[in-house]
Design a protein around this ligand. Structure first.
Ligand code: BES
Ligand code: ZN
Length: 880
């Protein structure tokens, strides 16, 4: 626990390590009351370090030191210093072997960092700085070593003993114990170390690589989950093939293992050859997982697998470079998901997350560049900016270079830096060197925080047939950064003629054969582009595919948006036009009298979407989703959440009422469409059907209720069952709601992943998730304060999705969240710090709310013994 004020760490202070570690020999003795860790390091002075007589400093956290041995001689207490967070040996030779023995207590580790126990098994999580909770070590990613790991444990309780690499030796020991030794031939930073010991079943498969090597694929899960592995295994094989085909990356070890654990702070972890997954991100069956879960699992399995190259073979020099591996790998997994399903739908999903959550982060007190310049606690920097904006930055490089040059660049990057710990700048340099393009100004995307704003205006000269587009960029101030420079922005656009036909984009007069879409490159504060040979005033289709993570401001008329919604050849922009129209309609109702007319053209546009079976149904399913409350809040200043909630709700109910017949027809059209499949078409059908159902129940429609009850009972898959449950829970049919929840729980109470969904459907519901209901959920026997998934599914879902209840004007939602954060701060500071996020946005809200949010934050700030994690978030969000 913290005793002094947490220190800030600066990128500008980076120094190469004074010592390098060539090999690490680990021996774990695992017992019920603790574990003894023997670690032998072969160490030598780093020739690149100027510090010739530097002491050896090893990081540690919550360790009990038993002994230190240097070149075979045990050191006396005066020969080293145990500072708790560091072990310092003042005088060491040029090269030496150091053995450190520590004692740790995995069974009492509730932070879930380092070695801990989850449902009876031992497992590890070392990224970013968890390895220091296992043994004293230079816990920084630029120290790369070859690991050999021997695990000893009771054979009956822990028949399966796993670590990175290949198993090279195993055998029996006394007292019913056994051991397995693993050797990882690839040097790696310690954050990629992993160990698992448990009573697990093994699922096997094989993958034959492009060069003809057979890789053993193994999944390890608790016996009750044996039937939930197929989807992840198939996803893994697809990922392996895809990375060969698209990036030319072959897998390197002879085995690849995936383990599922119930208690996990994050989604999954890319440990070399031994990926560890949160159960909810890997286990699936038709009966227990929704389409969304299936897609998420495919993406996460791919993501962690792709890290084998973008992260493991080439890793980060320091944690400021985190986006080097995360941004690039998110970009890679999004390309993969696009290739496996519907590219337009995938883009819509990514942009929705970016615009709703990353833009909010970038406009708030925790705003930071893709490559931050400082941090207090690195766990707080696994952010949407590092991940999602980082992926957008890589995507822009892809757009600027084109796919072939981009591939050349990534080949060069992997070849040049294989086995190294490098920086985002090295990545950009490889892209430059391979393509010959200058990305000098582009690098500002890594250095400047904040979402650029593009103000777009236009005029049309009918006499000359010239259409002129002026784009002005500005980047808002963010904490510690003002007066920003213009960035290099790829801006894709098209122009539509009056019948909706795409126009050729002639930037010079007389030039024929111009393309229908262009990527303009913005580098200055203001640009004006002239398009020639334009016969009538066109409708611009701006920032197609969301070609840059920016806000576009242009005075669209509703007429233009309706036109784009039905004519834009870019599916993404068709969706975007619909969103902008819906935002405009909802915003005009916020605070307006109840009898204000709701735009009839919106109703007609939706009628067409629902009824026209010839449209791409996957896109239609997305277009029918109204902009979320969170997005509407993000777009507003001085947000009054209950007013936004009422306005959005009014539009939804109005649409549902006006389109009842179409909704019922849509439901019928997509009913019982063959056996369960996870194809984009089948997913779209289920999504449309469940949207129709949800809308009908919002207006307490009796036909809808009958359909929901029978769907809930008859569904052969979780998507439909959950769709019916959610619709009932959010309806006014109180008796049905309770019955549905009770039956559902009875049926699935033994499945933790389903119980988590059951918690969150209630916690996120404005009908079933009032604060008193939430408190009951916390008392429910299935709730567990030690399990991050349960905390997220109740507390996280309430504060993050049930916005009208969370922002109750009496401040009770804020007080509640502050209480839970304080409670969790002692047991799991990483999760506590993440839960604070909704409160950190206090400046966005109308005074009545913001004042109370601020005082909830102050109460957290004043808790004694606050963790560094929560300290950083709370202090930064309260700072002027
Ligand atoms: N390396 C991370 C996992 C991680 C994050 C470990 C933070 C420790 C601290 C992993 O590759 C990752 O990014 N996982 C994501 C899912 C992914 C699909 C974006 C996660 O866990 O949410
Ligand atoms: Zn990752």
């Amino acid at each position: 626990m913290r005793t002094s004020q947490p220190q800030t760490i600066y990128l500008s202070d980076y120094k190469v390590p004074a010592y390098l570690v060539d090999t690490v020999d680990l021996r774990f003795e695992l017992f019920e009351d603790g574990a003894r860790v023997h670690s032998t390091l072969e160490v030598r002075r780093n020739p690149e370090s100027g510090e010739v007589s530097a002491p050896l400093e090893l990081d540690g956290d919550s360790l009990t030191l038993e002994s230190v041995t240097l070149d075979g001689a045990e050191l006396a207490e005066g020969d080293y210093e145990d500072r708790g967070d560091q072990l310092v040996v003042r005088s060491v030779p040029e090269q030496f072997s150091l053995t450190v023995v520590t004692w740790i207590e995995p069974q009492n580790n509730t932070r879930l960092e380092g070695l801990y126990k989850s449902s009876g098994m031992f497992c590890t999580q070392c990224e970013a700085e968890g390895f220091r909770c296992i043994t004293f070590f230079p816990d920084r990613p630029d120290v790369m070593a070859r690991f050999r790991t021997r695990i000893e444990a009771n054979r009956d309780a822990y028949p399966v003993l796993l670590s990175n690499g290949n198993d090279v030796e195993k055998g029996e020991l006394e007292n019913g114990r056994h051991f397995v030794t693993w050797e990882d031939p690839f040097p790696k930073p310690c954050y990629l170390f992993a160990l698992v010991a448990g009573d697990l079943v093994e699922k096997r498969d094989t993958f034959s690589t492009c060069s003809g090597r057979d890789i053993d694929l193994r999944m390890y899960v608790e016996p009750r989950n044996a039937e939930k592995c197929d989807h992840a295994m198939d996803s893994l094989k697809r990922s392996m093939r895809w990375d060969e085909e698209v990036y030319g990356r072959e897998y390197d070890l002879d085995i690849f293992m995936i383990v599922a654990v119930d208690d996990f702070n994050m989604g999954a972890m890319e440990n070399k050859g031994l990926n560890i997954f949160n159960s909810s991100c890997v286990l699936a069956s038709q009966e227990t997982a929704t389409d969304m879960a299936f897609q998420r699992i495919e993406a996460i399995v791919a993501h962690e697998y792709f890290h084998n190259w973008s992260g493991n073979r080439v890793t980060c020099r320091d944690w400021f470079q985190l986006s080097l591996k995360e941004g690039f790998t998110v970009f890679r997994d999004s390309q993969f998901s696009a290739d496996m399903g519907s590219p337009t739908v995938k883009r819509i999903e990514d942009v929705t997350l970016l615009r709703t959550a990353q833009f909010a982060e970038d406009g708030g007190p925790m705003a930071h560049p893709v490559r931050p310049a400082s941090y207090m606690e690195i766990s707080n920097f696994y952010t949407l900016t590092i991940y999602e904006k980082g992926a957008e930055v890589v995507r822009m490089i892809h757009t600027l270079l084109g796919p072939d040059m981009f591939r050349k660049g990534s080949d060069l990057y992997f070849e040049r830096h294989d086995g190294q710990a490098v920086t985002t700048d090295d990545f950009v340099k490889a892209m430059e060197d391979a393509s010959g393009r200058d990305l000098g100004q582009f690098r500002l995307w890594y250095e400047q925080a904040g979402t650029p704003v593009l103000n777009v205006s236009d005029d049309y000269d009918a006499g000359k047939g010239v259409y002129r587009l002026t784009i002005e960029q500005s980047i808002p101030d963010t904490p510690g950064q003002t007066n920003k420079k213009p960035q290099h922005i790829p801006f894709a656009l098209g122009l539509l003629g009056k019948d909706g036909q795409p126009l050729a984009l002639q930037l010079e007069s007389g030039y024929s054969g111009a393309p229908m879409e262009r990527v303009l490159e913005l580098t200055e504060a203001v640009h004006t582009f002239e398009f020639h040979g334009v016969e009538s005033r066109p409708v611009p289709s701006l920032l197609r595919h969301f070609s840059a993570p920016v806000r576009v401001r242009y005075n669209w008329t509703r007429e233009q948006l309706l036109f784009l919604m039905s004519h834009d050849p870019d599916g993404f922009n068709r969706w975007d036009a619909g969103q902008r129209l819906a935002v405009d309609v909802i915003q005009s109702l916020v605070g307006a009298p109840d009898d204000t007319e709701i735009e009839p053209r919106l109703v007609e546009a939706y009628r067409k979407l629902i009824s026209d079976a010839d449209l791409d149904q996957a896109l239609v399913a997305k277009m029918l989703q109204l902009p979320s409350e969170a997005y509407l809040i993000e777009l507003s200043e001085n947000a009054d959440v209950p007013a936004i909630h009422r306005a959005r709700d009014a539009v939804l109910r109005h649409l549902a009422g006006a389109l009842k017949g179409e909704l019922l027809a849509c439901y019928q059209r997509h009913q019982g469409s063959g056996p369960y499949e996870i194809t984009p078409e089948a997913i779209a059908r289920r999504s449309l059907r469940n949207t129709a159902l949800a809308w009908l129940l919002l207006i307490n429609d009796e036909d809808g209720r009958t359909l929901a009850v029978s769907q809930l009972n008859d569904a052969d898959n979780m998507t439909d069952r959950m769709g019916a449950l959610r619709a009932l829970v959010n309806s006014g049919f109180e008796a049905d709601r309770q019955q549905a929840l009770d039956d559902f729980y009875d049926r699935f109470q033994d499945d933790p992943q389903v119980v988590e969904q059951w918690f969150s459907v209630q916690a996120a519901s404005d009908q079933a998730g009032q604060l008193s209901d939430i408190r009951k959920l916390l008392e429910h026997p299935a709730f567990d304060w030690k399990n991050p998934n349960k905390i997220r599914s109740v507390v996280g879902a309430f504060a993050g999705q049930n916005l009208a209840a969370f922002h109750n004007p009496d401040g009770s939602g804020y007080e509640f969240l502050a209480d839970q954060v304080c409670r969790l701060d002692d047991s799991n500071p990483q999760i506590a710090a993440r839960l604070v996020t909704p409160l950190t946005r206090w400046r966005k809200f109308a005074f009545a709310y913001s004042a109370q949010m601020k005082s909830a934050l102050e109460r957290i700030r004043d808790k004694s013994g606050l963790s560094r994690d929560v300290y950083e978030v709370v202090h930064k969000s309260l700072a002027e």
